[in-house]
Structures are given as C-alpha cells and as structure tokens.
Ligand binder design. Structure first.
Ligand SMILES: Cc1cc2nc3c(=O)[nH]c(=O)nc-3n(C[C@H](O)[C@H](O)[C@H](O)COP(=O)(O)OP(=O)(O)OC[C@H]3O[C@@H](n4cnc5c(N)ncnc54)[C@H](O)[C@@H]3O)c2cc1C
Length: 446
C-alpha cells in the first residue's frame, strides 16, 4: 500500500513540537533502519498515539499493557480510553472547572493544553477528510457542530464568569484553527439553537450566552480498535503484561529484556503505583448510551449540545448537560464528575445516574422517548487526573530516557495527538544527548 494521499501533515507546533507526518497506510512512513526500539507502557489512546508517531518516524516499538480495548465483546466493561464520549473540547473542557487543577503551573499550563488540543484538532480534521468510506467508519471520527450554552452573559464580566470569558477570548484568538466559531450574544441569537431541539422555557430563561463551532467527535470503541490494528500493522509488538513494583527499580532490566533504548510511560491512573506519583487521582464518570437511529419516537440528533460546568448563583459548580451524537447511531448523554470515587458500581437506576438523566431530559424533553443501547446502556470509568495537570515530561531521576505521558483527566482524546508529539519530542531530545533536565527546559522554558 502506498502512502500517496494517505498522509496527515502536522506543522510545527506553537509550544515547540517539530512538524511531523503520519500515514494511515499499514506500513510505517519511514522503514525501520538504525533507529532504536522504544518500549511504550500502556495501551490506551496516549500510548497508542505515541506508538503511531514513533513507528512512522522509523522507530521499532513494543507496547506492553495490562489491558487492551475490547475488539469484539462490547458488552464487557472497557478501558478508560474506550469509555470516553469522546468530544473534543477547547480547554479547559471535559470536567469544566476542575479540569485543570493548577492553572498557573504544574507540569503543564493552560497554554500547553490549548496548543495540544489544537494539534489534535488539526489531526482529527485531516483524518476525517483523508479517510473515506469504510476506513472513515473504521476510525469513527466525525466533525460535527457543537452548541455550548452559558448561564452568564459573557459580554458582561462578573465574579462568576471570568474563566468562561477568558476561555472565549482565547478561543476567538485561535478561531483560525477551530472551524466556524459563531457567538450567540442574546436571546434572539440563541432562539434558533433552542428551537432546533425544543429546549423548554425554564432553560431558555436561564441560558444567556452561547457559541458554536465544529468539533471532532470520536467513536472511541472503533478508534481504539483502529489504533491497535494500525500500530500492529506498522510493526509494533503488542504484549499483555502488568508491570508491578516501581518502574524506577526495573527500568534498566526492562530495556534489556525488550532490547529497547527508552521507555514511554502512558499508564494513566496506573502511574500512581508504577512511578509512585501520589498526585494521581481518579474522577469517576458515567455516560448513558442512547439509540440515535430514528427507529423509535426519538428524533435522531446530529449536533452536539453542551452546558458545561460553570459557577452557579450559589457560587458552586453547576452540573453538566452533555449530548454528543457519535457517527455510529449512538447518542452519548452525560455526565457524572465525581472526584476520588474508585468504585465502578453505578447502575442505570443509581440516584446519581438518574439525576444526570433527568437533567438531560429536562434540557431536551424528547430524550424521555429514547431507548438506551440494549447491549451497553451505561458506561462508567475513572478519568486519570493529577493535581499538577497532565504530565508530559522527561524523568530526571532515570539514567536511561524515560518519558511520561499520563494524567490527561477528562481530556485524553482532546489532548492525545499534541501530548504524544511532545512525548516523542522529549524522547528525541534525550536520544540526541540531552539530559532530562535539558530536554524539559527546551520544551518548557521558564
Ligand atoms: C465517562 C468518561 C467520559 C470521558 N469523556 C471524554 C471526552 O468526551 N473527551 C476526551 O477527550 N476525554 C474524555 N474522557 C477522558 C479520557 O477517556 C481519558 O483522558 C483517556 O482515556 C486517558 O487515556 P490514557 O491512554 O492516558 O489512559 P488509559 O486509557 O487509562 O490507558 C492506560 C493504559 O495503561 C495500562 N496500564 C496501567 N498500569 C499498568 C501497569 N502497571 N502495567 C502495564 N500496563 C498498565 C492500562 O491497562 C491501559 O491500557 C472521558 C473519560 C471518562 C471516564
């Protein structure tokens, strides 16, 4: 298979990522030659996207993982990366006010999140236009209109809407990279959006501002299967294995065992144990999965609707309304955001799930008529957060190159491509002779 017409070109990023090319063909873009083997730990989106970039650059890659995405038995519980909706959101997104714990610092700033998300946006857009017919359905990416609504007028600053205004201003500045940004500044502008889905009066009264733009929506069941098959066809070796104990104590042995010269740690929540990062914590999430296929009384939706978490009148974060139609005739309705909940024991009739569902139905009454997807009505998982934001860093306590790429919270698909590029960038700086400290300082100058 040739690479002609099957290549995604991502230009140099604003936070220092060099330009790269990725091919959707089954062979690597550059055949493996003298470049070393890299060991990737973790088979979620963060590990597999990093593996794809490495393979197309001509590296040999082994991915080891405790668990993988399910490729057929979709009734069973899934990997976090497969549970996600997944909607692309301009950061901070996902979990609204809690998405970025350390806005002023930590391992990455809001500027990194935004740049990484925009690099991913470019990737999904190109992928969508590149893949056609069967292949497009196989990855399951769709670019759809996202309608977002706010309780506060974003032209009139007050103590509750500062963060939303800052985000909108940044989005305006980036509107050359996000397609079709349009603002709805008053009731008259908002009315047509509400009319489309018959939003009731109580909500119309509450919502004062809106904006819309095109957003990638990823069918994560398909995309995970696609990513696994793609990296394998490009030559990656995939091995099922759980690493126990501290990576710091076994790094050299692992490198020797796998004949590799560097390690990428993309273990999500697993990093808490594996590298002893006590800042890692879970945020439980759940989404209902609805049939969106026009075979019942519910009129199928083709646009996404989001009322993100915002500061409410009581100064507390409000709850989210999240209605996201995938391209596989499933509508994702969410979501639940619960910090430090480890138990995946929610049921369709759990009070938290019922409250979430009632909120979505009150926003869009027709939802009451919609049946859930019978074979997998409720998906729940643990978003991998860290108190210091997503960590894409070279590890300075290791002699050999060890690069971390974990802690993506509620935005792993939004950030995946940008973060994977930065992880590879750090790796190449270290392979060229830099220390971890120098590599980090190059990517994150103070
Ligand atoms: C309900 C819900 C909704 C979401 N919605 C969205 C959304 O709309 N948009 C969005 O962008 N994101 C969303 N997310 C977040 C997204 O799913 C995560 O950020 C993303 O999946 C993290 O990917 P990851 O590869 O870093 O981690 P994971 O998918 O958790 O993968 C980690 C991998 O590491 C392996 N591993 C861990 N420890 C070890 C070990 N010791 N040895 C070997 N292997 C190990 C695991 O088996 C796994 O394969 C959502 C999440 C949830 C739960």
């Amino acid at each position: 298979m040739t690479h002609n017409g099957r290549v995604i070109s991502l230009p140099e990023g604003k936070e220092g990522n060099p330009a790269i090319k990725l091919s959707v063909a089954s062979e690597p873009l550059i055949k493996p030659g003298t470049l070393p083997r890299i060991l990737v730990i973790g088979g979620g989106v963060s590990g597999l996207m990093t593996a794809w970039i490495l393979l197309d650059k001509g590296y040999r890659v082994t991915v080891i993982s405790k668990e993988w995405a399910w490729t057929k038995d979709f009734q069973r519980s899934r990997l976090t990366s497969q549970i996600a909706g997944a909607l692309w959101e301009y950061p901070p997104g996902g979990c609204g006010l809690t998405e970025i714990e350390s806005p002023g610092g930590g391992w990455a700033t809001i500027h990194h999140y935004r740049e990484w998300s925009l690099e991913s946006y470019d990737f999904y857009k190109q992928l969508d236009s590149l893949l056609s017919g069967r292949l497009r359905t196989e990855f399951g990416v769709a670019i759809k209109k996202l309608n977002q609504f706010f309780y506060h007028d974003l032209t009139a600053p007050n103590e509750a809407n500062t963060e939303d205004i800052e985000k909108l201003e940044a989005l305006r500045a980036d509107s050359d990279r996000v397609s079709n940004l349009q603002e709805q500044k008053n009731k008259e502008d908002l009315a047509p959006l509400f009319d489309n889905i018959r939003v009731p009066k109580e909500w119309r009264k509450k919502l004062k501002y809106g904006y819309t733009h095109d957003a990638p929506i990823i069918n994560t069941d398909k995309a995970m299967v696609y990513l696994m098959a793609l990296v394998e066809s490009k030559g990656a070796e995939l091995e099922t294995k759980e690493l126990e104990g501290k990576l710091q104590d076994q790094g050299s042995d692992l490198l020797e065992e796998y004949k590799a010269q560097a390690i990428i740690n993309a273990t999500g929540l697993g990093a808490k144990e594996l590298v002893g990062d006590t800042d890692v914590y879970p945020v439980r999430g759940a989404i209902k999965r609805i049939s969106n296929d026009n075979t019942n009384r519910f009129e199928a939706m083709n646009e996404a609707y989001l009322v993100p978490a915002q500061v409410g009148d009581d100064k507390e974060p409000t709850k989210v309304v999240f209605l996201v139609p995938r391209n596989d005739e499933t509508l994702i309705v969410g979501s639940i955001i619960q910090r430090n909940s480890h138990q995946l024991n929610l049921q369709e009739n759990s009070p938290d799930v019922e409250v979430m569902w009632d909120r979505a139905c009150s926003f869009m009454p027709g939802l009451d008529d919609a049946p859930t997807v019978p074979w997998y009505p409720l998906a729940q998982g643990l978003r991998p957060f860290t108190k210091k934001n997503v960590k894409v860093r070279a590890d300075d306590i290791q002699v050999k190159p060890l690069i971390h790429n974990y802690g993506h919270g509620g935005s792993g698909w939004t950030l995946a491509v940008g973060c994977a590029r930065s992880a590879v960038n750090l790796l190449e700086l270290m392979l060229s002779g830099m220390s971890a400290v120098e590599a980090n300082a190059t990517l994150y100058p103070v």
